[in-house]
Design a protein around this ligand. Structure first.
Ligand SMILES: Cc1cc2nc3c(=O)[nH]c(=O)nc-3n(C[C@H](O)[C@H](O)[C@H](O)COP(=O)(O)OP(=O)(O)OC[C@H]3O[C@@H](n4cnc5c(N)ncnc54)[C@H](O)[C@@H]3O)c2cc1C
Length: 588
């Protein structure tokens, strides 16, 4: 019997049993595989629309889009942007009533992958526009705000930006200094400065975050600032290493009067608005990394088959196969993980903050290492400006830094998982994890009704039986994750917040567990669709990916117990004290 038919998906079933977050539940030792099986796929008619959009986008860009010219001119020609808007890629997730394509998160991601394949600058300009620039209007806007802005934004007649970062508040975005003060007539007067803002001088509408006072308490507010408002000035443009077509600016707000109808979401709720937008945007960086790696892998395959050295194609050397094989297997896993996360969003799972952070961290780092390996295999040719690799490497270096630096996101992932465990443990429920990590990200509470749920599934039961070996191994890893998290909490208590070496291990473990689950879901679905016999390649990749991921997980668990963390901290502190490296080979 088909697995899919045997167990109805809880995504459509009894809401009482729903958990709010798949990844957070893993830290509790619970595997809610009803959320991740069967593998999510868009309906056939949406698939057809995605294919059509991708085909039109590729055809248009092949003729009209020149990444090098855009680098030189440092902006995408307005005509190109207008025509891209007409194709429909400026309003992918916006409903059709507001002039968009009405795609699901999965559909959005699939088209964005294609944009990522074409050019990283295009992905960032369009991503800043819709992934973060006007995403807030779509998520939190009133009907009036949606009617007023979405039709122009979704068709590219207007452009959007997202302005959070400031000189003194980067990773610690909670500490922004820009201030909004309420006026007697309900308007807000905005003063402050933002930096590193994409689409800075091009945007007609900017989602701007500021501090404010609500009922005597210090809060945040999200305001929609419009080009041309008195006191809003665009400052100098930054000269960047890559993404040179991205219009990165400093922005100044000097007594800018923002009318009450331009407040986005609840007054005082601005930080949550910002974090929710970024949660969503991070999935796009994950799937964009999938698209960019596919392009690099295709380039690499073509090159190593063609190029001969030592009397044979590069492709035949083991150390070349090591790199290509790694790229194929990891790409399959990353693709599974990012699209499974899209599926969670589409299914209405309320909290996907950990999953989206995992996609961002895993995707952007994999892309970085894949780009380096691809460039390595291209040899000297890879270093030439006339070739694609050097631009890719310059463009993507920022990915692990922006939309949440990966170090910060690892802490966010680990603490986001630790929090529900802390709440569950007797005597640790009041360790107050929320406040200190409030500045890393708003951690949505684990809202599962744990007390009333009798069954706490701790095994993967919905994977295809042919994959049961891997499913059992992952189930054991989840059990160990719960035990290790609990042990770390008992050992360190509140101080776990400062234990970043261990947080990194927990974050990497849960990412590898989630990726394995995603691969099992994806390949179970392939087995169901085309039969086990006919799916030998996918099975081989799944075996490879899961074995390697399991080995990384084991390594991380081992290091939780036995490590040289204290030595690393000591070396760093010693270096800070010396103020330099300073170990001379000889007096010179
Ligand atoms: C090309 C580009 C486009 C951008 N686009 C936008 C945009 O459109 N809108 C916008 O608002 N912002 C944008 N930014 C800003 C970007 O989001 C920030 O640069 C980023 O959040 C990091 O902040 P920071 O530069 O101040 O670095 P810092 O916060 O100073 O961090 C530097 C490094 O320190 C480490 N670190 C920081 N905190 C911790 C911690 N708690 N634990 C461990 N390590 C830590 C990390 O390695 C981090 O990379 C953009 C930046 C660039 C370069």
């Amino acid at each position: 019997m088909a697995v899919r038919e045997a167990i109805p998906s809880l995504r459509e079933a009894d809401t009482e049993q729903k958990v709010s977050s798949f990844a957070k539940a893993l830290f509790l030792g619970e595997i809610h595989d009803e959320l991740v099986f069967p593998w999510p796929s868009p309906e056939a008619d949406e698939q057809a629309r995605i294919r059509d959009l991708n085909a039109r986008l590729r055809e248009y860009c092949a003729e009209n889009y020149d990444p090098r010219r855009i680098e030189e001119e440092r902006w995408i020609p307005d005509e190109t942007l207008r025509e891209l808007g007409e194709i429909g890629v400026m309003g992918l997730y916006v409903d059709e009533r507001h002039g968009g394509q009405g795609l699901s998160q999965t559909g959005y991601a699939r088209v964005f992958e294609t944009i990522g394949e074409i050019d990283a600058t295009l992905a960032i300009v369009l991503g800043v526009h819709q992934s973060i620039g006007y995403k807030g209007i779509s998520l939190f806007g009133s009907d009036e705000q949606k009617d007023r802005w979405l039709p122009d934004l979704a068709t590219g007649r207007k452009f959007a930006a997202f302005a959070l970062t400031e000189p003194r508040a980067g990773s610690d975005a909670y500490e922004i200094q820009t201030r909004a003060v309420r006026q007697p007539d309900g308007a807000w007067v905005l003063n402050g400065e933002k930096r590193y803002i994409g689409n800075g001088s091009r945007a007609d509408v900017l989602t701007v975050f500021a501090r404010c006072e609500i009922d005597g308490r210090d809060k945040h507010i999200a305001l929609l600032v419009e080009k041309g408002m008195d006191g809003f000035e665009v400052g100098e443009r930054y000269d960047t290493m890559g993404l040179r077509g991205n219009d990165l600016r400093r922005l100044y707000f000097k007594d800018v009067r923002v009318p009450p109808e331009n407040v986005l979401g609840e007054e005082g709720d601005g930080f949550r608005v910002a974090m929710q937008i970024l949660n969503n945007g991070r999935i796009g960086l994950g799937t964009g990394s999938v698209g960019a790696t596919k392009k690099l892998l295709d380039l690499t395959i073509g090159h190593v088959k063609e190029r001969q050295q030592f009397g044979q194609p590069l492709a035949d050397f083991e150390l070349v196969q090591d790199k290509v094989g790694w790229m194929v297997s990891y790409l399959f896993g990353l693709e599974a993980m990012t699209y499974l996360t899209c599926g969670l969003v589409d299914a209405g799972v309320p909290d996907y903050s950990l999953e989206s952070a995992i996609c961002k961290v895993s995707g952007t780092e994999f892309l970085w290492y894949a780009a380096n390996r691809s460039l390595q295999l291209a040899g000297g040719q890879g270093y030439l400006r006339s070739e694609p690799w050097e631009k890719v490497v310059r463009d993507i270096r920022i990915f692990p830094i922006f939309e949440g630096a990966n170090d910060v996101l690892r802490a966010f992932i680990a603490l986001g998982g630790i929090k529900p465990v802390g709440e569950k443990l007797e005597g640790l429920g009041d360790i107050g994890l929320s406040d200190p990590i409030g500045s890393i990200g708003v951690l949505v509470d684990y809202v599962a009704d744990r007390a009333r749920r009798e069954v706490r599934p701790d095994r993967i039961g919905m994977a295809h039986e042919e994959l049961s070996g891997h499913a059992d191994a992952v189930s054991d890893q989840v059990k160990q994750l719960a035990g290790t998290t609990e042990k770390l909490l008992r050992e360190h208590g509140k101080d776990v917040i400062r234990r970043q070496f261990q947080q990194k291990r927990l974050a990497d473990i849960v990412a590898d567990v989630f990726a394995q689950v995603a691969v099992l879901s994806r390949v179970s679905n392939i087995f169901e669709d085309q039969g086990v016999e006919a799916s030998g390649q996918e099975r081989f990749i799944a075996d490879t990916f899961c074995s390697r991921a399991a080995s990384r997980v084991r390594g991380n668990f081992d290091q939780v117990e036995s490590n040289d963390d204290d030595r690393m901290s000591s070396l760093a502190k010693l270096a800070y004290k010396r103020g330099e490296y300073g170990y001379a080979l000889f007096e010179d």
